[in-house]
Ligand binder design. Structure first.
Ligand SMILES: Nc1ncnc2c1ncn2[C@@H]1O[C@H](COP(=O)(O)OP(=O)(O)OP(=O)(O)O)[C@@H](O)[C@H]1O
Ligand SMILES: [Mg+2]
Length: 239
């Protein structure tokens, strides 16, 4: 297993936002993280990225204990958190925004990544020289995803990437997850849109009150209705 989270607890003030969570993920696997508002999904992803403090537990990545490392040293190891509040720099061009995501890399590496991001999201090539401020909401979200890919991540922690998007843009991003990334980049996907996540996930977990209640795999849930039923079952019993 390439990512191993063991007994992770995150205390934020008086709140145990994440409580004794263990999860192991193989390289290239997509694991969806489901749970109601406030169940700890964001805090869990942030703790893996080094953006929320682990009070207890350990996170290892490719065999290395990364728990003590600050966020930027995790980025250097390929670990990227993409916030549900991610914004693009409106007064910078699309190309400059992309380059921000590759700031740790050489210009030659950035050039290669830029081409592959352009192939995934052609609109970012077409509008490379324009200010990000002129992009539509959907195009901005493609830029957010493209910017993360510019760092050549091996572990992407995606926090509700489909929030507020049209079906068309959502499907475009899903196609990228499923096509270019699945099997290569490890992805944890916190999502309220069960149906969208179901299209790409290999496994899923359900959070409630900071605890990981249930871990299931794709073959356990034939369709969205079945997934909803599992979700309701755990929420009604409260674990
Ligand atoms: N900075 C903070 N300080 C104190 N408590 C916080 C902080 N951020 C989050 N919390 C609390 O931690 C718990 C988990 O919140 P978190 O944002 O991780 O949930 P979530 O599952 O991502 O919710 P949502 O679906 O709304 O995004 C909640 O009780 C929340 O109120
Ligand atoms: Mg959240």
């Amino acid at each position: 297993m390439d990512l191993k989270v063991k007994h992770l607890t995150v205390r934020l003030g008086q709140v145990r936002a994440v409580s004794g969570v263990s999860l192991s993920v193989r390289q290239g696997e997509i694991v969806a993280v489901f749970g109601a508002n406030g169940s700890g999904k964001t805090t869990f992803l942030k703790a893996i990225a080094g953006l929320a403090p682990a009070s207890e537990g350990r996170i290892t990545y490719h065999g290395e204990d990364i728990t003590p490392l600050p966020a930027h040293e995790r980025v250097a190891r390929g670990v990227y958190y993409v916030s549900d509040r991610a914004r693009v720099a409106l007064r910078m061009t699309v190309r400059e925004n992309l380059d921000v995501g590759g700031y740790l890399r050489t210009s030659a590496q950035r050039e290669i990544s830029r081409q592959s991001v352009h192939d995934l999201f052609p609109v970012l090539r077409d509008k490379a020289g324009e200010l990000a401020g002129v992009l539509s909401g959907g195009e901005r979200q493609m830029l957010v995803v493209g910017r993360a890919l510019m760092g050549n991540p091996s572990l992407l922690l995606f926090d509700e990437p489909f929030l507020g998007l049209s079906h068309e843009v959502r499907d475009r991003i899903l196609a990228v997850l499923e096509g270019a990334l699945k099997g290569k980049v490890t992805i944890l996907l916190a999502e309220h849109d069960l149906g969208a996540a179901l299209r790409v996930l290999d496994r899923y977990c359900i959070f409630l009150n900071g605890e990981l209640l249930h871990l299931g795999k794709r073959s356990d849930v034939t369709d969205e209705e079945r997934l909803r039923a599992v979700f309701r079952r755990f929420y009604q019993s409260g674990g």
